[in-house]
Design a protein around this ligand. Structure first.
Ligand SMILES: Nc1ncnc2c1ncn2[C@@H]1O[C@H](COP(=O)(O)OP(=O)(O)OP(=O)(O)O)[C@@H](O)[C@H]1O
Ligand SMILES: [Mg+2]
Length: 420
């Protein structure tokens, strides 16, 4: 068999539980098979395998059971590595910085700064760089907001050396997602700052903050958040649950998205795998407390239906590991929408026998996979429905959402078709 030379390779670093500096976990090589399809190979380093504190990179494809792993899925990039890379927003920033569009998959990993989600890092040296200790401060948010606006409006110079473009790179580029955001630190730790966009139909930042509170009132574990007004505009700060402040930096939790847990990506043919029912099955295999997390996922699916969060795609769910054990991460990115139909709404993932239909009947149809008796599941749905119905308005208003915006999003909550 004649194999073509590798197109790219890099070292993969990991910050082990409880410490702030990374070690080298192994090497990732992206090659092509004889048919020309991308093939990814990850090899755990010998010294890493001998390290008594070593942990698996992910609980799906890169367990510590073997040394070498290969994948032809997802353009050869293992899901856990993809999760550590930038998404739509970060890619735009990096393309500006590199002065060109359409970089290779590894370029995005190597070009992004070390503020990425999870515990991994990437580089060309066999030893990792010193951990990054300084991030933008919350005080810098006004400047960051101006830069984010300029990128959204395509007003930045096409010059990688321009100071603005350089500064953009410190915005929190490696975090996923499509909305403009930055990573900032204060005395409590690291936060993701999410900005409003000029074309938003309502004050997204305040609504996002309110949804996290409403979810908490529905018994869901969520990321902590607060809203700040910077230069007359609102910014929502979401506390990072994958970083904890330590005396000499930050400890890091490993993190994999539900996209990785489902062995899927965003390609249309992979959407069949976008499913809460499949996800709960997979989660039960990898988390330490299966029943607890299965019940929690059931509540999140129900909550998303009750607030018409149709952007509940698998990158908006994740599992994390602070120590050895994996668990469902706190909930994040909960956004209501107001589709035209008041009878039929669909989540982004299958939630029962009727596919993606966001109805109580559908959500209840696979209750056993969520380790719930039918009556228990019915009670959860009924209680959450009452809670959302009774408190959504006061919750959004108390979070500073205007009366006008509250009316604009009214149709998102407990839409008539939910219980028909
Ligand atoms: N509190 C948090 N701690 C750590 N990582 C987080 C946290 N919140 C979000 N993330 C990670 O950052 C990514 C982007 O965040 P988020 O989903 O809020 O952004 P977004 O731009 O609104 O996304 P989308 O494209 O789904 O609209 C998430 O997919 C997740 O990997
Ligand atoms: Mg998201």
């Amino acid at each position: 068999m004649i194999s073509k030379p590798p197109i790219s390779e890099c070292f993969v670093y990991i910050t082990l539980p409880g410490v702030v500096a990374a070690v080298t976990a192994g090497k990732f090589v992206l090659t092509r098979n004889t048919r020309g399809d991308a093939l990814g190979r990850f090899v755990y380093g010998q010294s890493y395998l001998k390290n008594p504190h070593a942990v698996e990179i992910d609980p799906v494809q890169l367990k510590l059971l073997g040394r070498t792993y290969e994948t032809a899925q997802l353009n050869g990039v293992f899901g856990a590595l993809r999760d550590a890379g930038p998404d739509y927003w970060g890619r735009r920033v990096i393309e500006k910085h590199a002065g060109k569009a359409q970089l290779g998959e590894l370029d995005y990993l190597l070009e992004s700064p070390d503020d990425r989600a999870g515990a991994l890092g990437f580089g060309l040296n066999s030893t990792p760089p010193a951990p990054r200790r300084n991030f933008n401060k919350t005080l810098d948010l006004e400047k960051l907001q101006v830069l984010a606006d300029a990128l959204v409006n395509d007003e930045l110079p096409n010059d990688p050396d321009a100071q603005q473009v350089q500064e953009l790179m410190l915005l929190g580029t490696s975090m996923g997602g499509a909305r403009p955001k930055a990573v900032v630190q204060d005395e409590d730790g690291l936060w993701i700052a999410k900005f409003n966009r000029p074309d938003d139909r309502w004050n997204n930042t305040r609504v996002e903050h309110a949804m996290l509170q409403l979810a908490r009132a529905c018994g869901i574990t969520t990321a902590e958040s607060r809203v700040e007004t910077i230069g007359g505009r609102d910014v929502v700060l979401i506390k990072r649950f994958d970083r904890e402040k330590a005396p000499k930096g930050y400890t890091r939790a490993r993190m994999v998205s539900a996209l990785t847990i489902l062995r899927a990506d965003e390609a249309p043919e992979m959407r069949m795998r976008w499913s809460y029912v499949l996800l709960v099955e997979e989660l039960r295999r990898i988390v330490a407390h299966a029943k607890k997390d299965a019940h929690e996922l059931f509540r999140r699916m129900c909550f998303n239906a009750l607030i018409s969060n149709i952007d509940d795609h698998p990158r908006n769910h994740a599992a994390i590991a602070k120590e050895n054990d994996w668990k469902l991460s706190p909930a994040y990115d909960l956004t209501p929408s107001v589709p035209v139909s008041i009878e039929r709404r669909y989540l982004a993932m299958d939630c029962g026998d009727m596919g993606r239909e966001a109805t109580a009947e559908n959500i209840l149809s696979q209750h056993a996979r969520f380790l719930l008796e039918r009556t228990e599941a019915e009670k959860i749905v009924a209680d959450m429905k009452t809670q959302v119905d009774a408190t959504w308005y006061d919750t959004v208003r108390a979070s500073g959402v205007s009366e006008k915006d509250a009316e604009t999003i009214r149709g998102a909550f407990v839409y008539p078709g939910f219980s028909l």
